[in-house]
Design a protein around this ligand. Structure first.
Ligand code: GEK
Length: 337
């Protein structure tokens, strides 16, 4: 049932240079979306199936709130079913989405990150894009809105895959999927991969082996393809690396936060060239916060009450850098002016 929703995407993918990836990813999706795979999966699948069928409306993927609306709006029991079905997939980390009158105001203003990225990255028109750790697909929709030909999102967190399937019931894109896979599940390629652009945003610090993550991304790209890397950095200490001994901003799985020079060195070491730092932004409690769609604690509760420049553990508060880099070989991609 669930896999049927992904069939149009796999058909599209089969007609791209990433065709050979389709069969292994389809098998993986079938395995991982099996209801016995995860204790919460049957409930999430039920929430997905409970979503009301609503006639297609006008879709806007290039808006900050990725949206679909029907003229008169959706009211009454369908509106209620929509809201409660989506709420059953709480917490919503990335958004906003505006679906038939329901605004999913997610924990993160992902539109802000997208605006920073879009200003820096090469034109996406007709590009084949890989979004590693793509969450519920918010950036994938924005990439389609910017003209991408097809976006393969992967994320090992099943709840986010289910969120994608839910929003896509209304946004109806068959050139985007978020599949249940990690970076380490990508085919180990002997030769160059097919992707023009690879996004890795908010993932590198979660990886124990940063070099292996960058090597995977390098392999997935075609010669001359572009990496868009967004990760936590040390803002005032370009040549150091923080390896938090315990938690970082209450997160258990933050392995390394490099200074900018160190990060550049990692990218050089992976073979990338033309490494550029496009943006460095301190994460604010306006960008990442609790909302009715993410009712747990958020950034404000992870900062030191005495000094918000520090995390609750005393580390530098989260600052994120966005870098672009190019795989060697052939010409690059056109950049915005
Ligand atoms: N090995 C892995 N391979 C792929 N994904 C992974 C892995 N491990 C964790 N993830 C996934 O990486 C994402 C990290 S969030 C960034 C989301 C989006 N990109 C963003 O830029 O907002 C962090 C943040 O909130 O910034 C989660 O969806 C994990 O499931």
């Amino acid at each position: 049932m669930t896999l049927r929703r992904l069939a149009p995407f796999f058909a599209r993918m089969a007609a791209t240079p990433a065709a050979t990836w389709a069969a292994p990813l389809r098998r993986l999706a079938a395995e991982r979306l099996h209801p016995e795979r995860h204790g919460d999966l049957p409930g999430w699948l039920q929430a997905l199936e409970s979503l009301p069928r609503i006639e297609p409306g006008e879709i806007q993927l290039d808006a900050d709130c990725v949206q679909v609306e029907r003229g008169p709006g959706v009211h009454g029991s369908a509106g209620e079913a929509l809201r409660s079905g989506l709420d059953a997939l709480h917490p919503w980390r990335k958004g906003p989405f505006c679906l038939h009158g329901v605004r999913i105001d997610a924990e993160w203003r992902a539109d802000w990150k997208w605006a920073r990225a879009a200003a820096a990255i090469a034109q996406l028109h007709d590009r084949l894009v890989l979004d590693v750790g793509g969450g519920n697909g918010y950036y994938g929709y924005r990439a389609l809105g910017a003209g991408a030909a097809l976006v393969l999102g992967i994320d090992p967190t099943l709840r986010f895959v289910l969120q994608f399937l839910a929003v896509n019931q209304y946004l109806r894109q068959d050139r985007l999927a978020v599949l249940p896979a990690a970076d380490t599940d990508l085919p180990l390629l002997a030769a160059d991969g097919p992707f023009d652009t690879a996004l890795s945003m908010g993932v590198l610090y979660h990886r124990r082996d940063a070099a292996a993550h960058l090597a995977q991304l390098y392999r997935a790209l075609r010669p001359g393809g572009e990496l868009v890397l967004e990760t936590l950095v040390l803002p005032h200490d370009p040549k150091s690396v923080l390896r938090p001994p315990g938690r970082y901003a209450r997160m258990r799985n933050v392995h390394a936060i490099p200074g900018i020079d160190v990060l550049r060195g990692w990218l050089d070491g992976a073979g990338f060239r033309r490494v550029e730092v496009a943006d460095v932004t301190r994460t604010t409690t306006d960008e990442q916060r609790s909302t009715p769609w993410m009712r747990f604690e958020s950034l404000a509760q992870c900062l030191s009450p005495a000094n918000p420049q520090r995390t609750i553990e005393g580390h530098p508060a989260p600052t994120r850098a966005l870098l672009t880099a190019q795989k060697r070989g052939q010409c690059g991609l056109a950049r915005p002016h």
